[in-house]
Design a protein around this ligand. Structure first.
Ligand SMILES: NC(=O)c1ccc[n+]([C@@H]2O[C@H](COP(=O)([O-])OP(=O)(O)OC[C@H]3O[C@@H](n4cnc5c(N)ncnc54)[C@H](OP(=O)(O)O)[C@@H]3O)[C@@H](O)[C@H]2O)c1
Length: 338
């Protein structure tokens, strides 16, 4: 993998990657614009007055279909692509649907990245995830730890698909001079998240559980494990800000972590969400259940050196996410997007 290869072994004669930065009239395809990440990127681009945005729902364009993807790129010739379409889920969904996670994500990445190269996209941003790092990698996670040890088995199928995407971006840089960049966001949260208890990530699941407990006057909410594991969270609007900023300012295939650089214990996160939702009952821990990895934090020093930092405080981000949940999701029997 090139992002680990020592400089002395680097390929020397490769097509030159040309710097590209979108201007307000550039045609920009946001793949996955109804998801947590894609919707935040689309919102942010609109706030910045980018006017030529292209979007398609999954039913309009299934990115697993190579012919449909080629037809779309040939017809629309986007100049810039944010690839935020993927099959995504929490631990349970990842573990139960390993086959879907690896097949869908490999197909989407392969079709979109290759069509982007062949149809003249000037730059593509690919979204990886911190699950690409080895399960027992030292903390905080540095970019160079990729492929230095075994993956967490519960999400290894998803992680391997993502690693293939990073490698493809890197290989297309060197062989074709294709300008692709790859970012590894930490745990994200915010509006348009998935609040289904079966498939969601920990923060939206806790919002759903504390909200439901408040409505039903449940005396106790029990969280798995001791509550001591430390986790990092980044608001999707911060991630969108980083993605758009990197699209304008970064042209390297080396992966970049995107995180807040701050961590919180699961118990303190539960307390914060209880306070935000107005839940007055007790929070209990079930120590018969596993804790998972004790700490998971990104090293964001590379991104900080480039000049980007997260701005949204966790407390403020959870409050705005809860407002979105109340307005859009609280009364629904939430279904996984299909
Ligand atoms: N959520 C996190 O905490 C997190 C953390 C790190 C990295 N990421 C990365 O960020 C990216 C986006 O994640 P997310 O959380 O925004 O996911 P999400 O909320 O589940 O949204 C996924 C989007 O992908 C689209 N999509 C899925 N399959 C598709 C297909 N076959 N064809 C066309 N579109 C398809 C969906 O379209 P429809 O709405 O039309 O169905 C949806 O808009 C992923 O690559 C993920 O790995 C997420």
């Amino acid at each position: 993998m090139r992002f680990q290869r020592p400089a002395a072994h680097a390929v020397t004669e490769t097509p030159r990657v040309i710097h590209a930065s979108p201007d307000p009239g550039s045609s920009i395809y946001v793949a996955g614009h109804r998801g947590l990440v894609g919707s935040a990127i689309e919102r942010h681009l609109k706030e910045l007055n980018y006017t030529n945005l292209i979007t398609r729902t999954r039913s309009e364009l299934d990115l697993r279909e190579p012919v449909a993807v080629d037809v779309f790129f040939q017809e629309h010739k986007p100049e810039f692509v944010f690839l935020a379409a993927a099959t995504v889920g929490g631990i349970m969904a990842n573990d139960l649907n390993r086959g879907d996670f690896i097949r869908d994500n490999l197909q989407i990445q392969l079709n979109v990245i290759d069509a982007a190269r062949r149809f003249g996209v000037r730059k593509l941003l690919f979204l990886g995830s911190t699950c690409i790092y080895p399960r027992d990698a030292p903390q905080p996670l540095k970019e160079e730890y990729i492929l230095t040890g075994p993956l967490e088995p519960t999400n290894s199928a998803y992680a391997v698909a993502k690693i293939a995407g990073l490698e493809m971006i890197d290989a297309y840089h060197t062989q074709y001079g294709f300008n692709g960049i790859s970012i590894m966001p930490t745990n994200l949260y915010g509006s348009h998240d998935n609040f289904d208890l079966e498939t969601s990530h920990v923060l939206p699941a806790l919002i759903r559980r504390f909200h439901d407990a408040k409505i039903t006057n449940a005396p106790t909410v029990t969280i798995w494990g001791t509550g001591s594991p430390l986790r990092e969270f980044l608001h999707c609007d911060d991630l969108a800000d980083a993605a758009v900023w990197l699209m304008a300012n970064y042209d390297e295939p080396q992966i970049l972590n995107v995180g807040s650089g701050e961590e919180i214990s699961i118990l303190n996160l539960a307390r914060l969400i209880a306070e935000t939702t107005g839940y007055m009952g007790e929070i209990a821990t079930d120590t018969t259940k596993p804790d998972g990895t004790p700490r998971k934090l990104c090293d964001v020093s590379k991104l900080s050196k480039l000049g980007w930092r997260a701005k949204i405080e966790l407390k403020e981000g959870i409050a705005s996410t809860y407002r979105w949940f109340l307005e859009n999701a609280a009364d629904q029997s939430w279904e996984t997007p299909s």
